[in-house]
Design a protein around this ligand. Structure first.
Ligand code: 4AD
Ligand code: MG
Length: 450
């Protein structure tokens, strides 16, 4: 006996049913009437198909049902699948019957232009539009590529906790909550510290889940809740880490090109830009990048103590912001890894470069076309004393990092990893202008509803 649901037909599979009668379950995207014809554009989540009703062919009740349909009304349409060269999916439906589930009244999102605020307030409905639908499909493809890449390369998925007793990426962007009698707990900024413990147990692991930053940044690239995938590998040094990151990002982009042609076309994405994303990527040390900025007279805006704005050479030691990253990327049409950042601008767990202790073995991958940083990673400090000193230097509570320091006491090895921001990556691949469009229900400083 086959289950009821297995008999459902979906629009994306209609080409396999030419000449057959099928029933489609969906919503009305659009409806027009012309004499004895009613054209219903039906969407079912997998695609859109035009259903043509010829009034003389059906009963009056069925015609009346069709006439009652409004945008987003829910219906089941039974009809014959006919090949139609001119239709986007190559097929049309000749309607035989219509079952009306609900007539939608005054659907708020109409084909006219709406402001972003309005759309954001109606995010629960906005997701039904063609463009949002395409972005969500690319997002799902990126997630699949991520999992396939690691699952297929000997990595084990190791989930890390979301409620944590401490910070990993600095204390300034923590969401806190009271945790019973045990004091404060924080929503995790990164699963990395737990991924490190997991890597010592399983060799190559990845953690993939939501992460949180109480970030005051109101930019097109920041969410307060975003998804991060974090591989962590025992015995990998910084070079191994960078090589893996390049393989990984190339795989994701090429996978999307292969599986999301239709979605990328709907989004109007210039795919030649994505086709160029092949190894090897570019690499620059932080110091080389600073030299390039200064050689090209890309100045830094600074305020003097009396408030005047002045333009200065970029000082070695300062962190790059979006303007510097964008300037550097103007030279490149594929991602660039910047490595060996000044120790003071990076996290406590990064290993110092033995050849120059002023820098750490860090790496950030910047994507082209103004997409900015998609990856942050590093080789980790594996020496007990050096790490303890960094914990104390950053005023982190040593007792809460005891377990993390333990990893440097019992068979410590060189190890490395990185974190790729899912939404940053989807924003880049889809060409979306704002990160709020690439996660189903975005969380930002000024928005938590819907
Ligand atoms: O560079 P980040 O802060 O690195 C870490 O958290 C490391 N612990 C990762 C690791 O080594 N395992 O964050 C990693 C990536 C960034 O490159 C960016 O893509 C994304 O996470 N990201 C954000 N995405 C959206 N909104 C935000 N507020 C983000 N902050 C970071
Ligand atoms: Mg970073």
């Amino acid at each position: 006996m086959t289950s009821h649901y297995k008999s459902f037909t979906y629009i994306e599979n209609l080409h396999q049913h030419i000449g057959e009668a099928v029933t489609l379950n969906g919503w009305v995207f659009d409806k027009t009437e012309k004499g004895k014809l009613i054209f219903i554009k039906l969407r079912d989540g997998s695609g859109i198909v035009q259903c043509v009703l010829f009034k003389p062919n059906v009963s009056e009740d069925i015609s009346a049902n069709a006439q009652a349909l409004t945008q987003e009304s829910s219906v089941s349409v039974k009809g014959l699948v006919r090949a139609e060269q001119r239709a986007p999916g190559g097929v049309e439906i000749d309607v035989q019957d219509i079952k009306l589930w609900q007539v939608a009244r005054d659907y708020p999102i109409t084909p006219k232009e709406h402001g972003v605020e309005f759309l954001m307030e109606h995010r629960h409905l906005w997701l039904r539009s063609t463009r949002q639908h395409a972005i969500m499909r690319v997002r799902a493809a990126v997630i699949k590529a991520i999992r396939d890449f690691f699952d297929g390369n000997g990595f084990t998925l190791m989930d890390s906790p979301i409620l944590t007793p401490n910070a990993s990426e600095g204390t300034s962007t923590l969401f806190e909550t009271q945790y019973f009698d045990l004091g404060k707990a924080y929503l995790t900024q990164s699963g990395q510290l737990y991924a490190e413990a997991s890597a010592m147990a399983l060799g190559r692991v990845y953690t993939f889940g939501p992460t949180f930053r109480a970030e005051k940044s109101k930019t097109r690239r920041h969410l307060t809740e975003f998804w991060m995938v974090e591989p962590e590998m025992a015995y990998f040094d910084l070079n191994d880490d960078m090589d893996l990151a390049e393989d990984f990002v190339e795989y994701i982009v090429q996978y999307c090109l292969k599986t999301c042609k239709r979605e990328l076309a709907i989004l109007g994405r210039d795919i030649t830009k994505l086709e160029a994303v092949k190894r090897p990527f570019h690499r620059l040390s932080y110091t080389e990048a600073v030299e390039w900025l200064n050689a090209n007279e890309i100045k830094l805006n600074k305020r003097t103590p009396d408030g005047a704005e002045v333009q200065v050479d970029f000082p070695w030691g300062e962190d790059f912001g979006a303007p510097q990253e964008e300037a550097i990327m103007t030279q490149f049409n594929k991602p660039c890894i910047i490595h060996r950042y000044p120790t003071d601008v990076k996290a406590f767990y990064m290993k110092r470069d033995v050849e120059n202790p002023k820098v750490v073995l860090a790496m950030d991958m910047l994507a082209p076309e103004g997409a900015g940083e998609i990856i942050g990673g590093s080789q980790r400090e594996d020496d007990f004393n050096a790490l303890r000193e960094r914990v104390l230097h950053e005023n982190l509570p040593e007792h809460e990092f005891q377990w993390y320091l333990d990893l440097r006491k019992y068979g410590s090895v060189p190890h490395s990893g990185f974190g790729l921001g899912l939404e940053r990556t989807v924003k880049w691949i889809t060409g979306a202008e704002h990160i709020r469009e690439v996660i189903p229900f975005p969380r930002m400083i000024y928005r938590i509803v819907p």
